[in-house]
Write a protein that binds this ligand. Structure first.
Ligand code: ADP
Ligand code: SF4
Length: 690
């Protein structure tokens, strides 16, 4: 039989180098960068092991005038950065992949908080990083120097062992893109005005990089063909296409996407489609004879084959799918596509980078732990002795733990009180926009169903007595958490007064399908993460009071002590979309307010700054403030001498990513050999003292 996916495994030349197949991990941030080089190298190495043909760095600052501190990006300022980068290229090469580096100068996107050099931009302008020191206009001399810096960085990249070196104009974050966009570029010299002039700097960089290293390294161009802002920005069918036409044969590879980062890495909540960028990027291949790579959360092998066969791309680009499953290519090649852990598009990976910490992933708990804990996404230490393990609760923590205990070879029993497995994942995936999140439980349930030595019981709520009677050698409590109903949370440690005067529904009630009666509903968000915003959207859409004049007031009121809706979601690049969505759905938003008490038909709010109070009419209150761990089984079992541990939300409520991680950690740690146990106290990258 002919392998339907063989086309994906054809080697392909990129300039002077050859990729072993068509799987291309495009540059992506990871919160490791120059600060955590060993962790970075091991994480990239895992992708190479998993079969990716090209493994790229995140953006690499070429000069101290492009300093993204406090974010941990890659750095290639001078020769001293080469050894750390060499760790990655050696590790990637060892597994037959090519290593790529995305050289970057961030123009007015870099505030240079560490180097304290005045930021350099296409003109005099504010930086977009929220610090009031402005960027200065780049003179002709500056541009000459800038080209020298880029050339020198390319030479260093070659010396560090990279096979592909990028020129980068994307994400609304780079100096080159800012030269391209008339919105930033109002220069009157030969770098401003016509498109030919605005493209000049990019052309020079491409030519000079090729001249410097083109005999041994491929030169890639990462270019955002469309800003998704209509005629207010670059459009694929206008100047985007014109740029590709002008530079068509200059780079050895076109890596094309959309801008800004929130569009390129849009979450499934706001864009569920696989290949969502193709309507913008698919023209590129018809303009150039050079290979083209593009992204769009590709996880389906059939879709990948059709993209290649139909001449839309040459390489399947991936950032998030390669994070969720570093072994995606190998699984396709080995006919194990059903084992692919598909990305759910939640952007917790992106959030890590935005918080300046090492990458983590909801689907792949080993992501970011390759070096510091020695974790591998597909392998785990087999058991050294027999033992039976009872896992109580089949949410993300329990499921992940069950999978890993089973992989180790222990006898696993999973008992779930509800009729179905999945816990909060299934509950939350029933809300507006979160359907893809169910992949977290689907892939784990699927694996458990294939495994010998695993017994699963649903509709089986266990008590202390049941558990003692069962007599497992080890008990893992993954019993989750419940949302508080009293309004206690981050902003107030006392309950809302007179709560008995209003109908209260918790987020759990809503996720179980209960809907508030007609009349105004007040959602009180002191969690300040995603759930309250999701519930507001969910209820507004369900009420759907849409007339021919648009949405009318649908009686959904959103109150938060924060200054914006769902502020933490800045980290996932979603905050603006969430606030826009609620405004468009005519949700009534009150920021900077706490809910303090209730009277008949009204809720009293208090301004967090002035203490001034005001009233809003509401018949139902949905507090989204804090959760209570469901941990009542723990203490009595411990007292009874049972070997027991608490994991996931029952231990400390958090993100789904935290629950999965906790389930994984528990399985790794159980009866582990001393070396693995030592790794439980993770390794740290300590600065070397000169
Ligand atoms: P986590 O995110 O930590 O996995 P979840 O809340 O998603 O937590 O899942 C916890 C699961 O545990 C829920 O599906 C719940 O029905 C189940 N559960 C809670 N208590 C018991 C119990 N005593 N016996 C069996 N299952 C339980
Ligand atoms: Fe995908 Fe979420 Fe993992 Fe990022 S954290 S790779 S978006 S599953």
């Amino acid at each position: 039989m002919i392998d339907p996916y063989s086309i994906l495994f054809e080697p392909l030349a990129i300039g002077p180098v050859v990729a072993r197949n068509r799987f291309y991990q495009v540059p992506h941030c990871c919160g490791m960068g120059h600060l955590r080089p060993q962790a970075h190298a091991a994480m990239r190495e895992m992708k190479a092991r998993g079969g990716w043909a090209v493994v790229s760095t995140e953006e690499a600052e070429i000069h101290p005038s492009s300093d993204l501190s406090p974010y941990a990006e890659q750095r290639i300022w001078d020769e001293r950065d080469i050894p750390a980068l060499r760790l990655m290229t050696d590790a990637v090469h060892e597994h037959g992949a090519l290593a790529a580096i995305e050289l970057a100068h961030n123009g007015s996107h870099a505030a240079n908080l560490y180097s304290r050099i005045a930021p350099l931009a296409v003109g005099n302008m504010a930086t977009d990083i929220g610090y009031s020191r402005q960027a200065r206009n780049a003179t002709k001399k500056d541009l000459h120097e800038f080209r020298q810096w880029h050339r020198a960085a390319a030479l260093r990249a070659r010396d560090a062992g990279f096979d592909i070196v990028y020129v980068y104009a994307g994400h609304r974050m780079t100096l080159t893109q800012q030269f391209l966009l008339p919105e930033f570029n109002d220069r009157r010299d030969e770098y401003g005005g016509s498109l030919e002039n605005r493209v000049r700097l990019i052309r020079e960089l491409l030519e000079e990089t090729k001249e410097a290293i083109g005999d041994t390294c491929a030169v890639a161009f990462r270019f955002a063909v469309d800003e998704m802002r209509g005629s207010d920005g670059m459009q694929a069918e206008e100047e985007g296409r014109a740029v590709v036409e002008m530079l068509a044969e200059l780079p050895d590879l076109w890596d094309v996407n959309v801008s800004d980062w929130s569009n390129d890495s849009i979450t499934t909540r706001y864009q569920p489609d696989e290949g969502y960028q193709l309507p913008y990027t698919s023209f590129v291949k018809s303009v150039t004879s050079k290979p083209v790579v593009s992204v769009g959360k590709f996880t389906s092998p059939d879709k990948m084959v059709s993209l290649v066969k139909n001449g839309i791309v040459d390489f399947i680009g991936a950032a998030r799918p390669s994070i969720a499953d570093p072994f995606l290519p190998q699984k396709i090649q080995q006919g194990r596509s059903d084992e692919i852990r598909e990305c759910i598009g939640c952007n917790i990976c992106v959030a890590s980078d935005n918080m300046g910490v090492s990458i983590r992933c909801t689907q792949n708990p080993t992501m970011g732990e390759e070096w510091r804990r020695g974790w591998h996404p597909e392998h785990i230490e087999p058991k050294k002795a027999d033992a039976s393990v009872l896992i109580v609760g089949g949410g993300p923590a329990g499921l992940e733990s069950a999978v890993q205990f089973a992989r180790r070879g222990f006898l696993v029993t999973l008992s779930e009180a509800g009729e179905t497995l999945g816990g909060r994942v299934v509950a939350e995936s029933g809300l507006n926009g979160l359907a893809a999140w169910k992949r977290v439980s689907d892939i784990r349930i699927y694996e458990l169903q294939q495994k010998a030595g695993v017994s699963i019981y649903t509709s089986s709520r266990l008590t202390v007595e049941n558990i003692k009677e069962f007599g497992a050698d080890h008990v893992v409590l993954a019993t989750g958490s419940v949302w508080r109903a009293d309004g206690i949370g981050r902003s107030s440690r006392s309950a809302v007064h007179k709560l008995e005067k209003i109908k209260v529904l918790t987020p759990d009630n809503i996720m179980q399908g209960e809907l508030p009666a007609d009349g105004p509903v007040l959602i009180y968000d002191d969690d300040q993460c995603y759930l309250a915003g999701v519930i507001a959207e969910h209820l507004a859409v369900k009420r759907g009071n849409i007339t021919d004049k648009g949405v009318v007031n649908n009686g959904i009121i959103f109150v938060t002590p924060a200054n914006s809706v769902s502020p933490w979601m800045e980290h996932t690049l979603e905050q603006q979309r969430i606030q826009k969505s609620l405004l468009e759905l005519k949700v009534e938003i009150h920021t900077g307010k706490q809910v303090v008490s209730v009277a008949d038909g009204t809720v009293e709010l208090q301004c967090i700054y002035t203490d001034a109070t005001s009233n809003v009419r509401a018949d139902t209150l949905i507090p989204v403030t804090e959760r209570l761990p469901v941990d009542a089984l723990y203490e009595p079992l411990q007292q009874a001498g049972v070997s027991v541990e608490l994991i996931g939300d029952a231990h400390a409520p958090g993100l789904i990513a935290d629950a999965v991680y906790s389930g994984h950690l528990a399985a790794r740690g159980f009866l582990a050999d001393p070396k693995a146990a030592e790794a439980a106290h993770f390794m740290r990258e300590l600065p070397a003292l000169d």
